[in-house]
Design a protein around this ligand. Structure first.
Ligand SMILES: Nc1ncnc2c1ncn2[C@@H]1O[C@H](COP(=O)(O)OP(=O)(O)OP(=O)(O)O)[C@@H](O)[C@H]1O
Length: 403
C-alpha cells in the first residue's frame, strides 16, 4: 500500500477500495445483514451508501476498517486484503467519523483531534502543529477551540471536530457514518458545503452513509442505492440515477422531484446563456426602444454605467419612457455562473419576466436563463441517460469518468 506521504503531491490522495462477494451474518442471526455484496469504490471520489434503515449500510462500511469482520468475502484497500493490515496501518489509512461526532467527552478538542497521531506515536510538537492545521481546515480557530471540551461546543462544531479528528493522520480513506445526522438542516447544509470544499482540496476516497437521498445527491460522485442485505439496487452517478432509476424501489427512494434534484447538479455556467436586449441607464429611450423592437423582446434589462443590472422594463413600454433612470421593476434573484440551476429556477420564479439575470463575480451582467432553457437542459440530460447511443456531453457525469 502506498503511504499517505507519497500521495502529498498527487492530485488524487485516495486509494481504491474493492468489496468482493462480502457477506456478514451476525452471531445468532439467520439472515445475513450483508449478503454477497461486490462493489468497486473509485480512488479519490466520494461514494455514498444510501438506503432504508437496517439494510446493512453501517455493517458494510465498518467491514472496510474491520470494526466488523466479514463472515466471508474479501475487502481490498489499494489492492491489499484488509485482513493482512495491522491495527496501526488501518488507523493510518482509514479515518472514521460518525453521527453525533463520537468525541471523547473527557478530552479537550486538541486531545480528541490528536487521538490517532498519539496512537501512532508522533512527536508532541508534530501532533500539536497537526491539530492546529486540522482545526483551521474545518473552520475552527485553534486559539479559541483547542482547549475546550466537547460539551462547550455546538452540535455543528462538534461534527467539525469529528471530521478534523478523522483527517488528522492524513488517511487516504475516510469513512463517514451519517456524520451530519444529528444537526439542524441549516448547519447540516453548511457542513455538507464544507465537506465538498475539503474534498475538492484533499481528494480522499470517501465512503459516506446516509438515509437522505438529497444528501447523497449533493455529496456523491457515485451513489450506491442499497436494499435489504446491502443488495446493490443501483450504483452510478447521481445524475444517471435521477435520470434513469433502475427500478420502482430506486424511483420510490428518489421521490417525485427527480427533475428538481437534477437541477441541483448543474451549474449556470454549464448552459448557454440567453441574451436580453440591454441598455445603460444614461442611454436615450428611443434608441433602446428601436433595439428592443428589432429583437422582438417582451422584456429588456437596464444596466447601470458599470454594467450591473438594475431594472427589467417591458419592451412595448420603453418608447414611452421619459428616460431609463426610473420605471420598470427591480432585477432581483440574480445568479452567478457558479450558482446551481435550481438557484436559477428559484430566481426566475420571483420575476415577472420568468427569467433570471446572470452576473459575473463583480456583479456585471453576463446573460439570462429562462424557464425554457431549464426545461431544455433537463430534456438533454434525460435523453442522454435513456439513450445509450447518445454522444452528447453530460457535464458532471463525464467529468467523473474523465478524471
Ligand atoms: N451486533 C449485531 N447483532 C445482530 N444483528 C445486528 C447487529 N448489528 C446490526 N444488526 C442487524 O443487521 C442489520 C443491518 O444493520 P446496519 O446497522 O448495518 O443497518 P443500516 O442500514 O446501517 O441501518 P441504519 O440506517 O438504521 O443505521 C439490521 O437488521 C440490524 O438489526
Amino acid at each position: 500500500m502506498t503511504t499517505p506521504a507519497a500521495h502529498e503531491t498527487d492530485a488524487v490522495s485516495g486509494v481504491p477500495i474493492t468489496l468482493d462477494d462480502v457477506t456478514k451474518i451476525y452471531p445468532g442471526q439467520e439472515r445475513p445483514a450483508v449478503d454477497h455484496v461486490s462493489l468497486e469504490l473509485p480512488a479519490g471520489r466520494t461514494t455514498v451508501f444510501v438506503g432504508p434503515s437496517g439494510c446493512g449500510k453501517t455493517t458494510t462500511m465498518r467491514m472496510i476498517n474491520r470494526l466488523i469482520e466479514p463472515s466471508s468475502g474479501t475487502i481490498t484497500i489499494d489492492g491489499q486484503d484488509n485482513r493482512t493490515l495491522d491495527a496501526d496501518t488501518l488507523r493510518r489509512h482509514i479515518g472514521y467519523a460518525i453521527q453525533a461526532s463520537g468525541l471523547f467527552p473527557h478530552m479537550t478538542v486538541a486531545q480528541n483531534v490528536g487521538t490517532v497521531p498519539r496512537l501512532l506515536k508522533w512527536r508532541k510538537s508534530r501532533i500539536s502543529d497537526r491539530v492546529d492545521q486540522m482545526l483551521e481546515l474545518v473552520g475552527l480557530d485553534p486559539a479559541d477551540y483547542r482547549d475546550r471540551y466537547p460539551a462547550q461546543l455546538s452540535g455543528g462544531q462538534q461534527q467539525r471536530v469529528g471530521v478534523a479528528r478523522a483527517l488528522a493522520a492524513d488517511p487516504p480513506v475516510l469513512l463517514m457514518d451519517e456524520p451530519f445526522g444529528a444537526v439542524d438542516p441549516i448547519t447540516r447544509a453548511s457542513l455538507q458545503d464544507e465537506l465538498i470544499r475539503l474534498q475538492e482540496e484533499l481528494h480522499k476516497t470517501i465512503v459516506f452513509v446516509t438515509h437522505d437521498f438529497n444528501e447523497a445527491v449533493r455529496l456523491g460522485d457515485r451513489i450506491a442505492v442499497l436494499g435489504p442485505g446491502s443488495s446493490v439496487l443501483q450504483f452510478d452517478t447521481p445524475e444517471a440515477i435521477l435520470a434513469n432509476p433502475a427500478d420502482e424501489t430506486v424511483a420510490g427512494f428518489i421521490g417525485d422531484d427527480a427533475a428538481l434534484k437534477t437541477l441541483t447538479l448543474r451549474r449556470v455556467g454549464d448552459v448557454d446563456l440567453g441574451r436580453a436586449t440591454t441598455a445603460r441607464e444614461s442611454e436615450a429611450p428611443a434608441d433602446f426602444a428601436a433595439r428592443v423592437r428589432g429583437a422582438d423582446d417582451e422584456w429588456a434589462v437596464v444596466l447601470d454605467d458599470s454594467g450591473r443590472p438594475l431594472r427589467w422594463v417591458r419592451g412595448d413600454l420603453v418608447a414611452g419612457m421619459p428616460d431609463l433612470r426610473s420605471g420598470g421593476q427591480p432585477v432581483t434573484g440574480t445568479v452567478t455562473v457558479d450558482s446551481t440551476l435550481q438557484e436559477a429556477l428559484d430566481g426566475l420564479l420571483s420575476t415577472a419576466s420568468a427569467t433570471t439575470v446572470v452576473v459575473d463575480r463583480s456583479g456585471a451582467y453576463r446573460g439570462t436563463i429562462g424557464i425554457d432553457d431549464l426545461v431544455a437542459e433537463l430534456r438533454r440530460i434525460h435523453h442522454h441517460h435513456n439513450d445509450p447511443g447518445s454522444s452528447e456531453p453530460t457535464g458532471p457525469a463525464d467529468t467523473v469518468e474523465r478524471s
